[in-house]
Design a protein around this ligand. Structure first.
Ligand code: FUB
Length: 456
């Protein structure tokens, strides 16, 4: 499935436009796609021995050839309006290096992100596209002797335009259902607000988790997600920190949305009248400053109880909780509780079902494939917590590694629950190259939680 809003505007169409017909500005959804050369029909962009090429692919081609000619189109790793990146089935990305187009693992460096980002331009024939380098404007993804290069248009611009134009087609191999939001993201916070589901993640793919911006996505069906773009940018919008934008969460009270986020291992809060912002910082300082208590002051979650009281939970190394004041942007520091939660590492997430308070949390290190989620229950939002076990862990037969930093949401007017979490991007991700998915969360009759069955 493809998110309509995770789309990139292109002067191209998935449908072939007959010559002579007026060109219709169209959109190409992100997701699995193939790219057919316009001047060597039947030849597709593919990778072979980690180098980009153009080669014939047909219905009788091998499964490997079809897979090698299929890419997941994502928003450009380096950003930019109308810019995209191409991820192969093995998790590596098309990039140029020394102007040769090749397949490499995302190192997270600024250079890599730019080298792997191509901005979509009109192609030489109706419905086709050209892909211009984001960091070398004027150079295009072009085939030359069947090899893919990042070339400038020099002599014979007509030939060059044809060599660098592609029809975007349906993919040679089917894509997976997940990740539900295309691209690299971690720490998803899922919430149901004002008739829609929202996901607020950390943006991944940066070494040291050094992203500086937060994005939001929304959906009505948990499958098709609309990208609302950047909703908070630490650089211009937060005066007290410019780095390490991690693990946000959201709460609603009295007509306002409160967006809690990590910045440089402090917890801040920003408010808006919309779940997609614009958000502004009412405090001009962290809500929970680094050093306030032992461990890192990260990974906030706000749980609102049936009586309207809101509770802030957070922590890495130690788990903390406190009731927020009615303004949602302050609390009584003397009332902060430290919880005893076996194996707790980070990412506490609280919810309530049938009068039982659940505290779920991540165990181990997000860089470890053994990262997983355990939970405890209580009869009050402050515990004491009774440890109940593991609900989500790796599944190597599916390629699922490091699943964790989850959140939980209940479908409206139902007892249907879902869990959003990240895992190492499949197949070549790691603890800084993670992807987000959503699965069912099921309960036993006694209220205990069944182990999550990861779906791809
Ligand atoms: O995304 C950065 C950090 O990684 C989060 O704050 C932790 O929970 C871990 O997932």
């Amino acid at each position: 499935m493809v998110s309509r809003a995770l789309t990139v505007c292109l002067a191209a169409s998935l449908l072939t436009v007959a010559a002579g017909e007026p060109a219709v500005a169209a959109e190409i959804p992100t997701g699995a796609r193939s790219l057919q050369s316009v001047n060597t029909p039947g030849s597709y962009v593919r990778h072979s021995n980690y180098l980009g090429s153009v080669a014939a692919v047909g219905s009788g081609s091998s499964a490997q050839a079809k897979s090698d000619a299929t890419f997941t189109v994502t928003p450009g790793l380096a950003g930019g309006t109308g810019c995209v990146s191409f991820q192969a089935a093995n998790g590596m990305w098309l990039r140029h290096r020394d102007f040769r187009v090749r397949l490499e693992t995302n190192s997270g460096s600024t250079t890599f992100l730019a080298d792997a980002t191509f901005c979509v331009r009109d192609g030489s024939v109706a419905g086709s596209v050209r892909l211009e380098s984001s960091n070398f404007p004027g150079r295009y993804l072009r085939h030359r002797n069947s090899e893919l290069w990042l070339d400038p248009s020099t002599t014979n611009p007509g030939t060059f335009a044809a060599d660098s134009s592609y029809q975007v087609t349906a993919p040679w191999t089917a894509g997976r259902r997940s990740p539900v939001i295309k691209g690299l993201y971690g720490d998803p916070n899922i919430a149901y607000l004002n008739g829609r589901y929202y996901l607020y993640p950390t943006t991944d793919g940066y070494s040291g988790w050094s992203s500086t911006r937060f994005k939001a996505f929304s959906s009505t069906d948990l499958l098709n997600w609309t990208d609302h773009g950047t909703i908070l940018d630490l650089g211009p919008q937060i005066s007290w920190s410019d780095s390490r934008a991690w693990a946000p969460t959201i709460a609603y009270r009295n007509g306002r949305y409160y967006f809690y986020f990590c910045a440089d291992t402090n917890i801040g809060v920003a408010t808006s009248t919309s779940p997609t912002g614009p958000f502004t910082d009412p405090l001009g300082r962290p809500l929970v400053a680094a050093g306030f208590r032992s461990g890192q002051m990260i990974d906030p979650h706000v749980f609102t109880d049936d009586d309207g009281e809101a509770y802030l939970y957070w922590g890495n190394g130690s788990a903390y909780g406190v009731r927020l004041n009615a303004d949602m942007i302050s609390f009584d520091a003397a009332q902060v509780r430290t919880f005893s939660l076996p194996n707790f590492r980070e990412a506490p997430f609280a919810f309530k079902r049938n009068g039982v308070y659940y505290m779920s949390y991540s165990v181990d290190d997000t860089r470890s494939e053994n990262y997983h989620v355990e939970y405890a229950t209580a009869t009050s939002p402050f515990g004491p917590w009774t440890h109940r076990g593991t609900i989500l862990s790796k599944n190597l037969s599916l390629g699922v590694k490091g699943p964790g930093h989850h959140s939980v949401v209940k479908a409206p007017n139902s007892d249907t629950w879902h869990i959003a979490y990240h895992r190492f991007a499949i197949p070549a991700g790691d603890g800084m190259n993670r992807e987000v998915t959503v699965d069912a969360l099921r309960f036993n009759a006694d209220g205990t939680i069944q182990p999550v069955v990861p779906t791809l």
